[in-house]
Ligand binder design. Sequence first.
Ligand code: PMP
Length: 385
Amino acid sequence: MRDFRSERVCKIPPSGIRKFFDIAQEMEDVISLGVGEPDYDTPWNVREAAIRSIEQGQTAYTSNSGLIELRQEIKKYLSDSYGISYDPKKEIVVTTGASEALDISIRAVVDSGDEVLVADPSYIAYTSNVMLAGGVPVLVPCLEKDEFKLTPDSLMEKITKKSKILLCNFPNNPTGGVMTKEDYKGIADIVTDHDLLLISDEIYSELTYEGEKASAASVDDLWERTITINGFSKAYSMTGWRVGYICAPETICSAVLKIHQYVMLSAPTTAQYAAVEALRNGADACREMVSEYKIRRNLFVNGLNRAGLKTHMPNGAFYAFPNIIEYGISDEEFAERLLKEHHVAVVPGSVFGPAGVGHLRCSYAVSREDLMTAVGRIEQFVSDL
Ligand code: PMP
């Protein structure tokens, strides 16, 4: 019998994070800093809105683009928070998480052989999404010395005649790096001069700790060539609800919608009602969670630095990205030994791309108590090295 698997699927690597979860699950007394999701329950008013929608029998498909009241709330949120304007009827599509938003955006714009510039290190799905669409990922390093931002120089170095798209995510998973509006302005001319499309995954935008939160499309020349992706998983602790969205100029948005209507029909209806409530009445809960993440960030990052792990103070998301190069072992080995010998699970930075080599991704979306215990164990481990 022949191998029925497609060449594209055979080429994509398995997720490097899985291996560590599998080991951690077999062990007792493990503190996991490995998972990329909030540790809060979804705010109660949001859950109630979902229950109410079920009680009222709102159980059918919604319009392909999503509930119009949700798209109107998304429009209002983006306009109030970032000063960007999208037409809810033509320029917004509600998706099954930012995950679907990323996949269908990429498939709507990538042709075989197109080069997609990907800010490196990156969320693990990006290079696979690009390859499954037939594109070629070209990694653009975002280095610690630049506060893990995307700089004009590193971008310029990777642009070729085949470059078509720039895919980036700030605040960033895994580094916690953030781009300000000024930073986006710094790359806007390059994007425009080289006629690129920007796909900007802003799923962590609410989790910005100092200074103003920024959206790439708020830089004037970028709006018409940007797909803005966002969602509810991180800001409102709604990972299991599976709801996100895409905003883009009409031509691009209608191309994305074509794929969405064939693969998904519509995002989950109950989750869309919950999302409406999150945007209407969820700001306080979001603010409370963000202020707690900030306290944890300060505790944890200062703790890591005291323990001997050089760690840049991240300005967004809920990840710290300590540098372990001075210890002379690979990030893989460091993470594996830390887990097996001291029962702390973190993710090796190399899983997220070559620019992540020599780092660890540690999520601080866990209790303060667990964070401090983890710091103690890490300190013990590095003092033994
Ligand atoms: N983008 C980034 C950068 C992420 O970290 C994640 C989730 N870890 C996603 C997208 C997917 O989010 P969602 O739950 O909305 O699919």
